[in-house]
Design a binder for this molecule. Structure first.
Ligand code: SKM
Length: 299
């Protein structure tokens, strides 16, 4: 059955009534998001009386929107760009990982007490696990230091990655990259380094020595869909993992280069997107998201 509203196969949320719990997604821009379709179909599948809606909220309207979570007794919200850091000042408590990342993507409202969590890193690690790959003991080269890269680095270190080599340009995210290195050094046993991406020899050598290369920048996504930070297939080796956090387009330029190199494990960001959503879903409902069903009807 094709759903007339979402255009995907499967049912939409089964009912809305006086008891329905509301969950939001506060970001700008956000109308493109897959999260409402994913969560509402999961609620319907499990017969949970929740609904998930997008709200176009930038930094300017964020305080009012967070206050509304308490006022309307919403169960919680996801938070995306540009609000992941900004939102912290309006919350009551933070999870340890959120504190380490300086970022929140999930708010849970327990009777007026708002706690911030970050599930993006959990999504990354879990999506590897879904493919039979454990981050424990792995050496990873990571490009980026923004909203996706920071939780990926922190959660990977918390979950036992042996070494993370971060590469970034000296842009406005450099200070965050330095902070990520310091946090990981202080709080975990993972070895971590930061190198300028302009040092292409070091970048190439790092990838050659890594089990995983993860690109957590927006290179590869519109309007940069023709770009990749690695264009020479010989930089990769067959047994490694190449992970692009971008999921539109489904096959990025980087993934094409990795496929050309014969890399066995090449992943886009869909798995991470589903698994970060599943971790948020569990925090709000206490239930496991039916991720196989979501994959089947949406992707
Ligand atoms: O962290 C996630 C967020 O939970 C949802 C989202 C989306 O729907 O586009 C993107 C990421 O920021």
């Amino acid at each position: 059955m094709t759903n007339k509203i979402t255009g995907v196969n499967g049912p939409i949320t089964g009912w809305l009534d006086g008891h329905t719990y509301l969950i939001g997604l506060m970001a700008y821009p956000i109308r493109h998001s897959m999260s409402p379709t994913m969560h509402n179909n999961a609620f319907a599948k499990l017969g949970l009386n929740y609904t998930y809606l997008c709200f176009e909220i930038g930094n300017d309207k964020l305080k009012g929107a967070v206050d509304a979570i308490r006022t309307l007794d919403m169960r919680g919200s996801n938070v995306s760009m540009p609000n992941k850091k900004e939102v912290i000042q309006y919350l009551d408590k933070l999870s340890p990982a959120s504190e380490m990342c300086d970022a929140v993507n999930t708010i849970v409202n327990d009777h007026g007490v708002l706690t911030g969590y970050t599930t993006d890193g959990i999504g990354f690690v879990q999506s590897l696990k879904d493919e039979g790959i454990d981050i424990k003991g792995k050496v990873m080269t990571l490009t980026g230091a923004g909203g996706a890269a920071t939780p990926i680095a922190v959660q990977s270190a918390l979950d036992g990655a042996k070494e993370i080599r971060i590469f970034n340009i000296k842009d406005d995210k450099w200070a965050q990259a330095e902070k990520n290195v310091k946090t990981i050094q202080e709080k975990t046993d993972c070895q971590v380094s930061l190198t300028e991406l302009t040092d292409q020899e070091a970048f190439k050598q790092s990838i050659a020595e890594s089990d995983i290369y993860c690109d957590a920048t927006s290179v590869g996504m519109k309007p940069l869909e023709d770009k990749t930070l690695v264009s020479d297939p010989s930089w990769f080796h067959e047994d490694m993992v190449v992970f692009d956090t971008v999921y539109a387009p489904r096959t990025t330029k980087l993934m094409q280069v990795a496929q050309k190199a014969g890399v066995k494990h090449v992943f886009d960001g869909i798995g991470m997107m589903i698994d970060q959503g599943a971790a948020s879903f569990k925090l709000w409902t206490g239930k496991d998201m039916p991720t196989d069903y979501i994959r089947e009807i949406m992707f």
